[in-house]
Write a protein that binds this ligand. Structure first.
Ligand code: AMP
Length: 284
């Protein structure tokens, strides 16, 4: 491959496969910033906790490769375990691990111990193997997005990081490879998640003011109750500041926040989020 010698830019879109429109939108975005797009497909065991869905995770390499071909992806990198970790298959022992401070104290961090350490481990390896100029990750996994951007800064990867907006089904449910776990009634109820996030964001935005907008805990509790009444067991419903991902008591002018939720629903775990920025009133 003499892409680099020719001065061509390379973009990487890391995935775990079972590709859907969300992944493909990242590929299309990547293409606008590079001459070549590489898609990696690897269900990384080190980011799955005990009892999580590593074994059941949907795998469809052949149709994934076909979708990549249709999107004119230059290369699909689909290593097996030993290629990535050079050890016995499913030997999850890690000799060197990341230790993340602060940014995993909230949101998914406490509910998936070790998950983000595994994500940074594999993404760091992918960056070193592929050496992309650009990497595209989705807003859907927003805690992951901010952590990877932090890792890029702190470990001096010369990589431009882009965020792809969350692609949704027509009824608002965020597309996810894990949506196949939902039963029919669960699938019908699942769009509640995005509706709830939008309602909370609209409620905050409506209070157009130049001042900080306090976050009303009672409104959040009300929404959590409504979700539980519909069988969605809330792990967290949080408003956090960016990029540090710490709980926010108010929406401050000029700052960007994330309203994020995770629920257990039947056999599935669903996450979603929306971004909120303080909108000032126009000058009068
Ligand atoms: P995954 O295969 O689930 O590890 O996801 C691979 C990449 O696709 C990550 O950067 C995700 O954030 C992104 N992604 C997953 N779902 C969506 C979606 N619905 N819209 C946009 N990007 C997504």
């Amino acid at each position: 491959m003499d892409w680099r010698r020719k001065g061509q830019r390379v973009a990487l879109v890391p995935t775990m496969g079972a590709l859907h429109d969300g992944h493909l939108s990242l590929v299309r975005q990547a293409k606008q910033h590079a001459d070549h797009v590489i898609v990696s497909i690897f269900v990384n065991p080190t980011q799955f906790g005990p009892g999580e869905d590593f074994e059941q995770y949907p795998r469809s390499l052949h149709s994934d490769a076909e979708l990549c071909r249709q999107e004119k992806v230059s290369l699909v990198f689909a290593p097996d375990f030993s290629e990535m970790y050079g050890a016995k298959k499913h030997d999850r022992h890690q000799y060197i691990t990341f230790r993340i401070k602060k940014m995993t104290e909230y949101l998914c961090g406490p509910f998936r111990p070790g998950h983000f350490e595994g994500v940074l481990q594999v993404v760091n390896k992918l960056f070193n193997i592929v050496k992309p100029d650009v990497a595209v990750f989705g807003q859907k996994d927003i805690q992951q997005w901010y952590l990877i951007r932090k890792m890029i800064e702190e470990l001096d990867h010369p990589i431009e990081m882009l965020m792809g907006p969350t692609r949704r089904e027509p009824d608002g449910l965020a597309r996810s490879s894990r949506n196949v776990y939902l039963s029919d009634p669960e699938r019908k109820a699942a769009p509640m998640l995005f509706q709830t996030l939008q309602r909370v964001r609209n409620g905050l935005e409506k209070k157009g003011t130049r001042e900080a907008i306090p976050v009303d805990g009672a409104i959040i509790s009300e929404e959590v109750k409504r979700l539980s009444e519909n069988g969605l067991k809330v792990e967290y419903f949080s408003i956090v500041s960016t990029p540090d991902l710490q709980p926010a008591a108010a929406i401050e002018p000029g700052q960007t926040y994330v309203i994020a939720v995770a629920v257990r629903f039947g056999k599935s775990r669903l996450i979603d989020n929306v971004i909120i920025s303080h909108k000032e009133l126009p000058e009068s």
